[in-house]
Design a protein around this ligand. Structure first.
Ligand SMILES: Nc1ncnc2c1ncn2[C@@H]1O[C@H](COP(=O)(O)OP(=O)(O)OP(=O)(O)O)[C@@H](O)[C@H]1O
Length: 326
C-alpha cells in the first residue's frame, strides 16, 4: 500500500521584518551602511513540498537559503507569510506534540542542572505524564540512542555526541510522528557523526517516524536520505529539485555508485546556486540597483570554483568532498 501524505506544503513564502531589524544595526557597521531599504525581501518564496509518512527527507542548500526558516515553520515556531502547511491534512498553526525538534547545538537545548534521565523526561513532565510512565519512556529512549547506564549523569559529564543523543532521546521519548532535525550532527567529529548517523537510521527503521533533516554535508545527505530536496538561494529561495536516492540501507559511502551519486547531488546543488544567483543578478540589473554593497562578478571566480561553493562547504567538507567524489 502506498504511504499516505504526512506533510504537504503549498506555495509557502516567508519574509522577515527586516525594516525593524535594520534599526538594530549600528551606524558604521557594513550591514547598516549597505542597507538599501529592501525591507520586504522574501527569504522563501512559493515552496512546494509533499512528504510521505515514514519518509526520510533531506533539505540541502547554501547557507542562508532558508532551510531553518522552513523547518521552524513546519515545527510551528514561526509563522509563514503566505501559503499552507498541513500535517495529516490539518493546517499547522503552532507547535504540537506530534512534531519533535532536534537542534544543532545540544548545549543550548538540554538543561545542565538536570540529569540525563530528567532531561529526557522533561517534555513528558510538562505534558503532565505520570512519573512511572515518563520514566519508562525515558529509559526506552535512552536505550535506543545507546545511553543506557548514563541516566544519572549531568550534561557536563557527557561528550558532545552523548549530549546530542540526549536531545534525540528527549524527542523520541515524547513519541512524535515527525522528527525535525536541524543539522543535528554538524558540530560533531567525523567518527561520532558516523556512529550517530548509523544510530539514526536504525531508530528510523525501528520506529517508522517521518524525518526531516537539514545538512550542509552532501555525503551525509546521500548516506541518510531517501529523498534530497535542493534549495535555490535567498531571496526568493524555494525547493528547485528533489532527488530520489536509489540505494538500500546500510549504504557504503565508499561504493563507486554512491560516490557518483554524491557527485551528481553536488552538481545539482551547484547548478541551483549558480542559476538562482544569476537570476537575482539579472533582476537587480533590471531594477538598476545594487543590493548589499559590492555585487559579486561571476566571471571573477577562480577556474573550477562555483559561486556559492564557499558558503555551502566548510574547508574540511570541501576536502572530504574532493576525496569522495570530485
Ligand atoms: N529573525 C530574523 N529576522 C530577519 N532575518 C532573518 C531572521 N532569521 C533568519 N533571517 C534571515 O533569513 C535567511 C535564511 O535564514 P535561515 O537560518 O533560515 O537559513 P539556513 O539556510 O538555515 O542557513 P544556515 O545553513 O547557515 O543555517 C538569512 O538571510 C537570515 O539572515
Amino acid at each position: 500500500m502506498a504511504a499516505s501524505t504526512k506533510i504537504k506544503i503549498v506555495n509557502v513564502s516567508k519574509k522577515y521584518d527586516v525594516e525593524n531589524k535594520a534599526l538594530l544595526f549600528t551606524k558604521g557597521n557594513s550591514a547598516h551602511d549597505n542597507f538599501v531599504g529592501r525591507e520586504t525581501a522574501y527569504v522563501l518564496r512559493n515552496v512546494n513540498l509533499e512528504i510521505k509518512e515514514g519518509e526520510f527527507r533531506i533539505f540541502l542548500g547554501a547557507s542562508g537559503c532558508g532551510k531553518t526558516t522552513l523547518l521552524n515553520i513546519i515545527a510551528g515556531f514561526l509563522h509563514k507569510t503566505d501559503g499552507s502547511v498541513k500535517l495529516d491534512d490539518k493546517e499547522i498553526h503552532g507547535p504540537g506534540a506530534e512534531r519533535g525538534v532536534v537542534f544543532q547545538n545540544a548545549d543550548s537545548a538540554i538543561f545542565p542542572w538536570l540529569t540525563v534521565q530528567k532531561n529526557v523526561e522533561y517534555g513528558l513532565r510538562m505534558r503532565g505524564v505520570k512519573r512511572a510512565e515518563r520514566r519508562k519512556a525515558a529509559l526506552e529512549a535512552l536505550d535506543l540512542v545507546g545511553l543506557k547506564g548514563h541516566e544519572q549523569k549531568y550534561p557536563d559529564e557527557l561528550s558532545g555526541g552523548m549530549k546530542q543523543r540526549v536531545q534525540i532521546a528527549r524527542s523520541i521519548a515524547a513519541n512524535p510522528e515527525v522528527l525535525i532535525m536541524d543539522e543535528p550532527f554538524g558540530a560533531l567529529d567525523a567518527q561520532t557523526r558516523r556512529t550517530l548517523q548509523d544510530e539514526l537510521i536504525s531508530i528510523w527503521k525501528k520506529t517508522g517516524k517521518t524525518i526531516l533533516f537539514v545538512t550542509h554535508d552532501i555525503a551525509e545527505a546521500v548516506y541518510l536520505g531517501e529523498k534530497i530536496s535542493i534549495f535555490s538561494v535567498a531571496p526568493d529561495a524555494s525547493i528547485v529539485e528533489t532527488l530520489d536516492v536509489p540505494y538500500l540501507y546500510p549504504r557504503d559511502i565508499n561504493n563507486t555508485k554512491i560516490g557518483d551519486f554524491v557527485k551528481l547531488t553536488t552538481e545539482k546543488l551547484e547548478d541551483a546556486i549558480r542559476s538562482s544567483r544569476e537570476a537575482h543578478r539579472k533582476a537587480e540589473l533590471e531594477r538598476g540597483i545594487r543590493i548589499g554593497g559590492e555585487t559579486e562578478n561571476l566571471n571573477e571566480k577562480k577556474a573550477g570554483e562555483t559561486p556559492g561553493y564557499d558558503s555551502v562547504y566548510t574547508t574540511s567538507e570541501k576536502e572530504q568532498r574532493r576525496s569522495i567524489a570530485v
